[in-house]
Design a binder for this molecule. Sequence first.
Ligand code: SDX
Length: 428
Amino acid sequence: MADTLTVTDNRTGKTYELAVTDGTINAMDLRKIRVSDDDFGLMAYDPAYKNTASCRSAITYIDGDQGILHYRGYPIEQLAVQSSFLECSYLLLKGELPSPSAMARFRHEVTHHTLVHENTRELLDGFRYDAHPMGMLISTIAALSTFYPEAQNVTNEENRWLQIVRLIGKVPTLAAYAYRHRRGLPYVYPDNELSYSGNFLNMLFKMTERTYVPNPAAERALDVLFILHADHEQNCSTSAMRGVGSSRVDPYSALAAACAALYGPLHGGANEAVVRMLNEIGTKDNIPSFVKRAKEDKNVRLMGFGHRVYKNYDPRAKVIKELAYDVFEALGKNPLIDIAVELERIALEDDYFIQKKLYPNVDFYSGLIYQALGLPMDMYPVLFAIGRTVGWLAQWEEMLRDPEQAISRPRQIYTGPAIRDYVPLSER
Ligand code: SDX
């Protein structure tokens, strides 16, 4: 059998052979199907891109039915236990696990790009004390483009790499500064002697002690969470990174756009929404009535449940759920975990969730760990952004190298009025 699709257009009786490649047809081939010579030809209509492959990518593989997630072929379960976030970052960016010398070089590069221009502090001081940290993060990431005008030269590979390590190094600093601004605390400079995650905890929580010593359980938990959030193929915010980056804008501006997409409650903002939901439920007794609302009221969602791709348990949620108990053992139990576990049990036994294949996703348990680490709820999407920064950058780099890619510009089905003449105001 040939790898083709034979399509008969019943409007004209004509038959067309469309090539099937990697389980897809090339949408441009549809344009051959016309009813007349001056016909534009067929397009595919796919709101929210529910069934459209936007690119070829070798970075992350997901099997939504099996609940499988691989970074460059390595199962996420193995990376979460055996790797580190910086090593996974190298893997996502370069495609291979680093040699010891390459790892040392990468760690040195990122560590020595953690400082931000002092003007950034003044920028942050312009925000109200209660500004949402995601709003501050998006703004300061975009502002970084003004400190590095050479970043606009996106066709130069070495220049791209310099901006990539700068962003991986500086995003945690901006995130921590946003948190310290909210608390009215002095900013803490990076400590290059600490690990990536240990330094982030230092910039968040260091007070008057001379040297901050991170809690090992908290440091490891953060590093694993950053690994689990690092990339997830063509999700909403990555599609924003690719789409904005396709105009050849600098990576700081594109990453600010990706961060803005992640901020939404249906995407990275869900981890904050889960904890607010669990607080609203309050006790196990209230779970059945809440689940009933989530099933009947389209405006109420069981946050942290459901996924566009996973129609099985999100493998990241499994790792995070186990990690949560390790953190609680070291830092004290978060009482909301009992409500979360009971809510999961009830939902997974409910026909509505079973039929719609709604399972816990990455956001269902992550907020409980962030809360146990002492972070306020509005910082949770910020933590997601720190981990996902490397995924956005790896996908941006791959897009720029892809000869099939061009500026992202979809078409539309026009539903507006037909042509009509302007009517002067005096005659309306
Ligand atoms: C992330 O794409 C990624 O990879 C994202 C991410 C990543 O790593 O980048 O994995 C991170 O964003 C995880 C998702 C976090 N968001 C949430 O937890 C918010 C709650 N979940 C939903 O809003 C929803 O499940 C989405 C947004 C995640 C997926 O939406 P889809 O694929 O567009 O599915 P849908 O909204 O069309 O839902 C299908 C049906 C609907 O019912 P019907 O209209 O068919 O009757 O399922 C229902 C929905 O009403 N449904 C839910 C539900 N999720 C879907 N009903 C109750 N609670 C939910 N959580």
